[in-house]
Design a protein around this ligand. Structure first.
Ligand code: FES
Length: 96
């Protein structure tokens, strides 16, 4: 996924915003990632990804353009398809 791809579809929050928020604000808990434009407070689909971003940010990882967060699909389309499956099934296990 690219830095400008949305992670939270409900609030249109891109990966770049979340990474910068995590780096700048250094939230103590993953749940505080929601303070970044409300990410994760809609359908809940992106919460596991927000947790991964938070975990990676606390590991002092640096992200560059074209690099993906471990555990995320390679493309925004794969991510969007996984969300559609999640919304259709309502099953948290139906991620990627
Ligand atoms: S996609 Fe993030 S809360 Fe729905």
């Amino acid at each position: 996924m690219k830095l400008d791809d949305w992670i939270c579809y409900c609030y249109h929050v891109p990966l770049r915003k979340l990474l910068l928020f995590a780096r700048r604000e250094k939230p103590l808990r993953a749940s505080q990632m929601s303070q970044c434009l409300g990410a994760g407070t809609g359908c809940g689909w992106c919460i596991p990804i927000l947790k991964k971003i938070h975990a990676e940010s606390t590991a002092e990882a640096t992200f560059e353009e074209g690099q993906s967060v471990p555990g995320l699909p390679e493309t925004a389309e794969e991510y969007a398809q996984a969300r559609r499956r999640y919304l259709a099934s309502g099953d948290e296990k139906n991620q990627f």
